[in-house]
Design a protein around this ligand. Structure first.
Ligand SMILES: Nc1ncnc2c1ncn2[C@@H]1O[C@H](COP(=O)(O)OP(=O)(O)OP(=O)(O)O)[C@@H](O)[C@H]1O
Ligand SMILES: [Mg+2]
Length: 282
């Protein structure tokens, strides 16, 4: 009996967090190692299902850098990055769209549903969710790399109302009718803003944001985040991450976290305990 009572006690420890986030939207960017390693993938899917069943509305946006890279390599193609953004020519874009929308998106949807959730996969074209425009970086030709022009959250809201879990692939439709490849962190940030989310969680494959000595910064201000990018302490994939965090915080998303997706149940640790793993941006 004692064993069972202890279990109930653990449930009650989560009660304040459940109360705080009940009915609220939490946008989670799924990426990095957590999306590659089998056990971590399953753990993530189960975390999401549990959140949904206690009344929180998770919205997933996923990346797919390593998988896209792997497919391009198999096809004898390769891609370059400028400031953490993938240079995407038209042929590369075909592969990006197939891998993100066709493969990875459905894989995540399948896993969540396997563990008892009801997920629906969306590309940015579905319900005109993501309107894209060409990404412009001075001195670089970025091709079909895009940025978000606007988010039309109606499709997500109607899925949430019917208790579905939306899973979003970051491919948007441009004004020219072409597909654009958008950094998943950027999309997650904009979706969080559009949905007035309570929390934005970016999963990655490092401990969090690291300072110039390589040490974890557990809290970071908007000013501090900008300065890390300016001083080039944050480079590559961390640049779009910090940029979108700063934007989300400035646009009223109450709490923004960059967390270590290599830690088992990283998402639940962040939502249901005080033992957050990673960096919070305020
Ligand atoms: N100051 C920093 N602190 C932490 N990581 C940094 C920093 N500067 C650069 N990085 C790099 O940013 C990377 C994280 O971004 P990256 O885009 O590679 O992964 P992701 O966004 O989690 O996954 P994906 O892009 O596939 O969705 C880290 O692996 C690290 O190499
Ligand atoms: Mg990235």
């Amino acid at each position: 009996m004692k064993k069972h009572i202890d279990k109930i006690k653990i449930l009650f420890e989560a009660l304040p967090y459940i109360r705080k986030f009940y009915g609220k939207t939490v946008v989670i960017k799924f990426g990095g190692a957590a999306m590659v390693e089998e056990e971590l993938k399953k753990g993530f899917a189960r975390d999401v299902v549990l959140m949904k069943y206690v009344g929180i509305n998770p919205v997933i946006v996923h990346g797919g850098g390593p998988q896209i890279g792997g497919f391009l390599k198999r096809l004898g193609m390769e891609s370059k990055f400028v400031k953490g953004y993938r240079v995407t020519d038209v042929e590369t874009m075909d592969v990006v769209e197939m891998v993100l929308v066709g493969k990875i998106n459905k894989e995540i949807v399948g896993l969540i549903n396997h563990f008892g959730g009801r997920a629906v996969g969306l590309g940015g074209k579905d319900g005109s969710l993501i309107e894209a425009k060409r990404l412009r970086i001075r001195g670089a030709r970025m091709g079909m790399a895009g940025e978000v022009k606007s988010i039309n959250p109606h499709v997500i809201e109607s899925l949430e109302k019917s208790n579905f879990i939306p899973v979003i692939a970051p491919v948007g439709l441009g004004p020219d009718g072409m597909s654009y490849n958008i950094n998943a962190d950027t999309v997650a940030g904009r979706v969080a803003t559009a949905l007035n989310a309570e929390k934005l969680i970016l999963l990655t494959d490092v401990k969090g944001v690291l300072d110039n000595k390589g040490e974890l910064m557990s809290t970071l201000s908007v000013k501090g985040a900008r300065s890390l990018v300016r001083r080039k302490v944050a480079t590559e994939g961390m640049v779009p991450k910090l940029t979108c965090c700063v934007e989300a915080v400035s646009n009223g998303v109450a709490s923004v976290h960059i967390i270590d997706g290599r830690v088992e149940h990283a998402v639940l640790l962040e939502v249901f305990t005080d033992a957050g793993v990673g960096t919070v941006i305020r």
